[in-house]
Design a protein around this ligand. Structure first.
Ligand code: SF4
Ligand code: SF4
Ligand code: SF4
Length: 284
C-alpha cells in the first residue's frame, strides 16, 4: 500500500507519529514533507491530510486531494477540528489575517471536504495509526478503536466528590493528590467532555486533560449543548451546588469559546452534525 501526507498549516507532529506507524506497518511512503518529499498530486492508496487550511494554496491542494486517492484520512485534531493551528481564528481580525501569512480564515479540512476517516488527537498515538494502516493494507474496512465513552473511562484516578470548589486551570503535578480525580480536587480537567480512546495519559500523570481528542460523542450528538454548559451541569451535580453558580464559576475561570480550544475553529464541531462525524470516528 502506498501512502502520502499533504501537510497544511501544522507543526509536523502528526507526520512524525505516522512515520513511526508506517515503519511498523511496512507501508510505502510516496510523499511526506518531513522526509523532504512533498505530495504533488499523484494518486496513492491513502492520502493523509495534516493541519489547517490557512491560504488559497491550501484550498487548491485540498481540492486536488479529493478524488485522486483511494482513501482520504484527516490526520490529527488540526485536520479534524482545527486544533492548535486553528487558534489563530480566536484572536485575529480579517484585516490582520490578510496582512499576515494566512490569507484565509483558518479552517479544518474536515469542514471543507468529505473524508473517509477522522483521526483526532494531537498527535494521534502511533499505535492507533499503525492499527489503521494495517487494516487499510488488508483492504478491510477500519473498525472502531474508539469507545463512545470519554477520557474519564480510561483514567486511573478515582472520583471523590467536590466540596465548595474553586477551579484551578492547572496545578504542579507533585501537588496533586495521588489516585484522586483532578476535578475532585478543583483542577479543571476536560476528561468528561473529551472523546475517549487515548488511554488518559495526561490525568494519569497528574496533568489535566486539555481536550486534544476533540469533543466526546455525547457532546457531538447533542445539538446546542455547549461544552461549558455540560461541564457546569456536571460540576453542579458532583459538587451539590446549583448549575448557574457552577456556570458563573466556570466562566470566571474559562471564557466560553475556549472551553474546548482544540475544536474552537471547527464549524462541524459547532454545528454538530453528529450523524456525519460519529460514523467517521467509529470507522477507525
Ligand atoms: S494535531 Fe497537534 S501534532 Fe498534529 S499537526 Fe496539529 S498541532 Fe501538530
Ligand atoms: S482526572 Fe480528569 S479524566 Fe480522570 S476521572 Fe477526573 S475528570 Fe476524568
Ligand atoms: S488525556 Fe486529554 S489531552 Fe491527554 S492525550 Fe488524552 S485527550 Fe489528549
Amino acid at each position: 500500500m502506498r501512502i502520502a501526507v499533504l501537510s497544511l498549516a501544522s507543526c509536523g507532529g502528526c507526520q512524525q507519529a505516522l512515520l513511526q506507524a508506517a515503519g511498523e506497518a511496512g507501508v510505502e511512503i510516496a510523499a511526506m514533507p518531513i522526509l523532504g518529499r512533498e505530495w504533488s498530486g499523484e494518486s496513492v492508496d491513502v492520502l493523509f491530510v495534516e493541519g489547517c487550511v490557512t491560504s488559497e494554496h491550501h484550498l487548491r491542494l485540498l481540492e486536488q486531494a479529493r478524488g485522486r486517492c483511494g482513501k482520504l484520512v484527516a490526520l490529527g485534531t488540526c485536520a479534524c477540528f482545527g486544533g492548535p493551528s486553528g487558534l489563530a481564528r480566536l484572536g485575529a481580525s480579517s484585516e490582520e489575517l490578510a496582512r499576515g501569512s494566512s490569507s484565509v480564515e483558518p479552517r479544518p479540512p474536515a469542514d471543507l471536504v468529505e473524508f473517509d476517516v477522522l483521526v483526532p488527537r494531537c498527535p494521534p498515538p502511533p499505535s492507533m495509526l499503525s492499527q489503521l494502516l494495517s487494516t487499510l493494507s488488508r483492504g478491510e474496512r477500519p473498525r472502531s478503536v474508539y469507545a463512545e465513552s470519554t477520557v474519564c473511562s480510561q483514567c486511573p484516578r478515582a472520583f471523590k466528590g467536590i466540596k465548595g470548589f474553586r477551579l484551578e486551570l492547572s496545578r504542579d503535578p507533585s501537588d496533586v493528590e495521588e489516585g484522586a480525580c483532578l476535578l475532585s480536587q478543583g483542577v479543571l480537567c476536560l476528561g468528561p467532555l473529551t472523546l475517549g480512546g487515548c488511554g488518559a495519559p495526561c490525568p494519569a500523570a497528574g496533568v489535566p486533560c486539555i481536550g486534544c481528542g476533540g469533543l466526546s460523542a455525547k457532546l457531538i450528538a447533542v445539538r446546542g449543548l455547549r461544552p461549558i454548559d455540560a461541564l457546569a451541569s456536571l460540576l453542579a451535580a458532583i459538587g451539590g451546588s446549583d448549575r448557574d453558580s457552577a456556570l458563573r464559576e466556570l466562566e470566571d475561570s474559562v471564557p466560553p469559546h475556549s472551553t474546548h480550544l482544540f475544536t474552537s475553529c471547527s464549524r462541524i464541531a459547532l454545528s454538530k452534525p453528529g450523524s456525519r462525524i460519529l460514523p467517521l470516528l467509529r470507522r477507525l
